[in-house]
Design a protein around this ligand. Structure first.
Ligand code: FES
Ligand SMILES: [Fe+2]
Length: 440
């Protein structure tokens, strides 16, 4: 039996029931009440640059075609034939003017219109083709080339949904007028772990880095000293959206600035694209990690693919797609700034794949405990006794913080320092519980 209503009260005490990471009923509720209503990330516009380009993605567990139609409009179409429901798109990526169903041959244009069917005039009388096109996602919007869709016609505009998170996305994704592009294919793999664990980790679990990832420091993949790396800010940026910044304590402290990007990359950053406060925070940033509710995360960090080379700045998008109660598909995109040299792009790609790809050094560390959490979450005894997990770091159990709240921070949201704080995760779970309770 699930007690969704009781979860908000637990969260106010910094507690989370342990069974939420492996519960078929919660998984069902997430598909019904969360993924059908939130704004979910589909892909980057640079993945479909030409008219007719498409990729197949999912919202929750539902397949959608992300396609640029003949007029250049980006569309998100449910990959299900209107005749019997067969999937009409059989490869994950390509360029097509039409999608033809393999079962009986109904054919749809790349804007989703039903354009024909075999023997249409003999088999059908008066079929109104305009009523039988592929079903589009209710809403599609993009920000900095990141395409999001919501299946809820009544969803707020994307900018309202992001709230204060938009300010942080601007300073991460909007610095260069040329913008970003995806390099290579997004890589993905299936893991026996619940999707929320990845979203939780990227909301700001800096605490695990110096312990679980200690070997990354030992081999020189990351060079910011571990204790210094806990300096910075935890930002409850908007409803459910959290971001964490590792920054130097003193504005002029040496160390990576602009996430360790090569000077040739930093030269492309135009202060006019953001406010002076955003530009200064970007300048001081060493590592930034965040989660856009529900399941898109990002990391901007100075890492190296080869410990004989200095770290290079990279930016990766991560997505945690549910595939059953105790399983997810992890997606990983590498983004590079357009207009920089091929060498810089290749280094960023290699560094990202070597750390957060399927066999990446960080990924190998993280995925083991994530599977273990999921396994534990399904245990009978924990459920029977109502086992709760501790999310109280930085706050009294009453919810009052003893980490310092930074009142004069230039960006929106509630901001805390240092980064020994777990309110960023509670921010995620409050929003999650609100959706499951039908409130958000
Ligand atoms: S199921 Fe697609 S044409 Fe029949
Ligand atoms: Fe990690």
């Amino acid at each position: 039996m699930i007690d969704i209503e009781g979860i908000p009260a637990d969260l106010e005490k910094g507690l989370l029931p342990s069974h939420v990471f492996n519960d078929p009923q919660i998984h069902r509720l997430e598909l019904e009440r969360l993924f059908t209503r939130a704004w979910c990330f589909l892909g980057h516009e640079s993945e479909i640059p030409a008219n007719g380009d498409y990729v197949v993605r999912t919202i929750g567990e539902d397949p959608f075609i992300l396609v640029r139609d003949e007029k250049g409009v980006v569309r998100v179409l449910l990959d299900a034939c209107r005749h019997r429901g067969t999937r009409v798109c059989r490869v994950e990526k390509g360029n097509a003017s039409n999608f033809r169903c393999p079962y009986h041959g109904w054919t749809y244009s790349n804007s989703g219109d039903l354009v024909g069917a075999p023997a249409i005039n003999t088999a059908y009388r008066g079929l109104d083709r305009s009523k039988w096109g592929l079903i589009p996602a209710a809403r599609v919007e993009s920000v900095h080339g990141l395409v999001f869709a919501s299946l809820d016609e009544a969803a707020p505009p994307l900018e309202d949904y992001l709230g204060g998170m938009k300010w942080y996305l601007d300073l991460i994704f909007g610095l260069s007028s040329g913008g970003l592009e995806v390099v290579g294919e997004p890589n993905r793999f299936v893991l026996d772990a619940n999707w929320k664990i990845g979203a939780d980790n990227f909301s700001g679990d800096d605490y695990h880095t110096v312990f679980l990832h200690k070997s990354m420091w030992d081999v020189g993949t990351i060079t910011i000293p571990p204790v210094a790396n806990m300096q910075g800010y935890h930002v409850h940026a908007g409803p459910g959206h959290s971001v964490t910044f590792s920054v130097a304590g003193d504005p002029d402290e040496p160390g990576p600035t602009f996430w360790g990007y090569d000077p040739a990359v930093v030269e492309t950053f135009d202060p006019a694209n953001v406010t002076p406060e955003q530009f200064e925070l970007a300048r001081r940033s060493r590592i930034t990690v965040g989660t856009v509710f529900p399941n898109l995360s990002f990391i901007v960090a100075p890492l190296t693919e080869d410990s004989t080379k200095p770290p290079t700045g990279l930016i990766s998008l991560r997505q945690w797609q549910p595939r059953g109660a105790g399983r997810m598909e992890i997606w990983n995109w590498v983004l590079v700034w357009k207009g920089v040299s091929q060498e810089i792009k290749e280094r960023a790609y290699a560094s990202s794949i070597g750390t957060f790809g399927p066999a990446g050094l960080f990924e190998q560390d993280d995925t083991e405990p994530w599977q273990s959490i999921t396994q534990m979450s399904g245990t009978q005894y924990g459920r029977a006794i109502g086992m709760k997990l501790n999310y109280q770091m930085g706050h009294e159990p009453s919810g009052i913080g003893f980490v310092k709240e930074i009142k004069d921070f230039p960006g929106p949201g509630k901001v805390y320092a240092p980064r020994y704080e777990e309110g960023v995760q509670l921010n995620f779970y409050r929003r999650w519980a609100a959706y499951l309770n039908g409130e958000a």
